[in-house]
Design a protein around this ligand. Sequence first.
Ligand code: SAH
Ligand code: SF4
Ligand code: F3S
Length: 486
Amino acid sequence: MWETMRTKRLYINTMGCQMNVYDSDQIRNRLASLGYVPVDAPEGADLIIVNTCAIRDKAEQKAFSFLGRLAPLKTVKPDLIIGIGGCVAQQEGRKILSRMPYVDLVFGTHAIARLPRTIERISATRCRVVDVALSEGVEAEDFVSGPLVTSDVSAFVTIMRGCDNYCTYCVVPYVRGRESSRAPDAILDEIRHLVNHGVREVTLLGQNVNSYGLKEGLPGFDQLLEQVNRVEGLARIRFTTSHPKDLSDALMHAFGRLEKLCPHIHLPVQSGSDVVLKRMNRRYSSGQYLEKVARLRQIRPEMAITSDIIVGFPGESEQDFAATLELIRQVRFDSLFAFIYSDRPNAPAVRFDGKIAEAVKKERLQRVLAFQERITAQKHQAMIGDVHLVLVDGPSKHPSSTADSPPSDGQSEPGQWAGRTGGNKIVHFAGEGQAGAPNQILTGRMMPIMIERAMAHSLWGRPVPDPRASAVEGEPLCCIKPAWPV
Ligand code: SAH
Ligand code: SF4
Ligand code: F3S
């Protein structure tokens, strides 16, 4: 009895996207029932889980190199259990067991609900397990894992899993299975639960949230947002990711109607060339993308728009690449994630002609990044003097300078705080609660901040009195000048 209830140490290394972050939280919660307590280092742990990402070759290599470093720990502690989960586990399955003899468990992206039973079995029998079956729909038990414990202001909530879009470069449909959506009640219950535990902002997650519920005949994504908007105590709603082809008028109008919905959309465009977009199977043209951007800005003028770009997709000519730069010039994104195209074993583009030389891909990446950096800098400069409502995440992470001399990016000192604007820009500021007052004093509050200085990746500001005092009390408002057409 004592043996089964003994506290055991669980170390999880989470790689990849927010889906994996959410899944790792689920794993922690579920394994708590077996007495596993999270620890910060793999040394001395009883169970190590590596939650992996397969989106690009580099991500996959990172997973294997971390796993490689775990082998000596098994020599020191033979009863250590090592499990590999996530997208690389789903992709490679059984092969991992022969490649890495010290791995005890390979579990796929749909195996999390079964994990406690699997771990119990491994503890009892020391057998090696591969559990990579992909199921069709979403079972209620796939998500509900009991009270989620979090001290964060902001939390992720997965509303759907899988993807049916089959972009030709992408591994996700093969490692996350078919798209399926969670029932709205389960999502709302989870959000209320998080809010009761102090969460003020939720980010709804899915590979393409715009097609939420369509397959299942559930209320559409805009209707789900409307329900989430009514959750009492919740201050802000975000979501990611949106596929441009499925960005409906109803959803665009939600940005004009729902006061908790932050004026930010991550809308990956991938390329500005119609030829490349077609070969990527994205099913929209650059013209259609630009139209949607214009419409969004008409509905919500302060809308921040961010995106993903892939450079060096097979067959991408200099002219195609120029079209991408031209699209960036026209949209003027708030920020961009740019990636070098990487062949994925399951994705069709691996067999496409016209592979681009590594040096050319790197050079294009640098050009995109430099171009966007200038745009971001100009946008940050233009914010100086504006007042933004900032939801305070907590004390700034990298202490170093003083309020009089604003920090360089990501740096500040005790008494300095960090939060985000509705448009998802990071803002540092010096606030009350410094001299000996508890650090949590501003965490979770909505503060009006006057932007005073722009840095490359963040902003520096100063708290100002709110013209509408209620916002300081934590009213669910995203920014000070909303003037939204309805
Ligand atoms: N579902 C999301 C994105 C998931 S992956 C969407 O549709 O937008 C995140 C980003 O990784 C993608 O937007 C794409 O820009 C990039 N990506 C995906 N596969 C890639 C590959 N094989 N090589 C390089 N970048 C890739
Ligand atoms: Fe991948 Fe495309 Fe699905 Fe996004 S929409 S996960 S890029 S297949
Ligand atoms: Fe990576 Fe899997 Fe996410 S491949 S990006 S962890 S869905």
